[in-house]
Design a protein. Structure first.
Length: 132
């Protein structure tokens, strides 16, 4: 959380960057994200969604009973899909910027390994590879 505040305060990632990130969330064919935008926008968005979702899930879990209900699991599944979509969208746009193939997204879906790959791709400079 502190890293994201530093990114915003130091103007490496601005509120306009976050607006552009969310405005182009479905633009994975042509859209690009620089390194700072990827780190800042993708991770800030995922943190915010997971924080709000966790509060919502805590309220659902507490309001019914001590056992978790179907509504809890459905809400948790929706939250997981939303966070995965945000990260995958940012990853694909970062691949566009680094001139890498979007097939790397298949490895991204493997837990653990995908996050390591996402971090490595995030560090690559613009126009690093060949898209083919």
């Amino acid at each position: 959380m502190i890293i994201f505040i530093i990114l915003l305060v130091s103007q490496l990632v601005t509120i306009e960057d976050l607006g552009d990130f969310w405005g182009n969330i479905l633009n994975i064919q042509q859209g690009t994200l620089s390194r700072w935008e990827y780190f800042g926008c993708t991770w800030i968005s995922m943190w915010a969604v997971s924080f709000i979702g966790s509060i919502f899930l805590a309220n659902i879990g507490m309001s019914f009973s001590s056992t978790r209900t179907l509504e809890y699991y459905l809400a948790y599944g929706f939250l997981y899909v939303l966070i995965t979509f945000i990260h995958l969208s940012g990853f694909l746009r970062r691949c566009n910027d680094a001139c890498l193939s979007k097939w790397y997204a298949l490895v991204f879906l493997v837990p653990g390994i995908g996050h390591i790959l996402a971090f490595i791709v995030a560090l690559m400079p613009t126009g690093f590879g060949s898209p083919y």
